[in-house]
Design a protein around this ligand. Sequence first.
Ligand SMILES: Nc1ncnc2c1ncn2[C@@H]1O[C@H](COP(=O)(O)OP(=O)(O)OP(=O)(O)O)[C@@H](O)[C@H]1O
Length: 301
Amino acid sequence: MKIAVDIASVSKSYGAVQAVRDVSFTLRSGVVALVGHNGAGKTTLMKLMLGLIRPTAGEVRVLGENPAAGQFLARRRLGYLPENVAFNAALTGKETLAFYARLKREPVDKALTLLERVGLGSAGTRRVGTYSKGMRQRLGLAQALLGEPEVLLLDEPTTGLDPALRVQFYDIIQDLAATGATVLMSSHALSELEERTERVIIMDGGRVVVDGAIDELREIARLPVRFRVRPGPASLSLPVEFRPRAETKLDTVEFDVPALRKMEVLQSLICRDRPPTDVEVIPPSLDALYAHFLNDRGHAS
Ligand SMILES: Nc1ncnc2c1ncn2[C@@H]1O[C@H](COP(=O)(O)OP(=O)(O)OP(=O)(O)O)[C@@H](O)[C@H]1O
């Protein structure tokens, strides 16, 4: 699989502010989440990939080219949805998309089919000034999808979308990733990323704190796993070290077990004379992993 984005020892300072510090990673096809507190450097990294700003040190390559070079031919193969989409309120959705299609030298007819794809088909003739925030966000996504980009950079794309639209949004980007595209999205909505990204890059203070698949992050963090046991008619006696959590529901018992002892505890539960009627083993969530990696660095989560 070819490398679509190559960030090599990249730093970016704005005067005294070090927004990005010695960051290196590569992106191939698939969906990658870029997460971190406000000001962690996520947007700055995306702007570097777009060639809107130049690195203070290091090298950025997107689709084999330097995006800040005068003739960045790969620009047409890039899509970008900024954090705050701003459109001309006087234009209709169709006119807006046609305008961006011409800028990107894409056929306008084909571009307009994207309005259907993001669920704005019937609102295409309405002026953007009358759109809700979610509708503007979807128009922004349609603009970013122009020309079936090979690299799609999305800055907090699901802000303002209701739960049904979020599901639709993830379906669209997963379809695109399935065709071999690279999708990098920054987000604060960790719980919805968990099932939908193959890899997570956590940033803090301009640096990459950890980078990997969620299971790899779990492996590194070694946070306890949660057991949720339905004892059934038999009462559940637990070793003292596994004290039930206070908020346990009436018919279930929940307790935390060190990751390395998961199988041993599971086996001891199942091999009882009267085993529980149900056992759920819940791995640490992305929220918990995020708090763990950032707390390690002396932050409150
Ligand atoms: N044009 C600029 N001039 C000066 N400082 C800037 C500029 N752009 C960003 N910064 C600073 O660089 C740091 C990183 O900002 P950036 O916008 O990349 O963070 P972020 O992770 O995208 O944050 P958020 O989640 O709030 O969008 C912040 O301290 C920010 O104030």
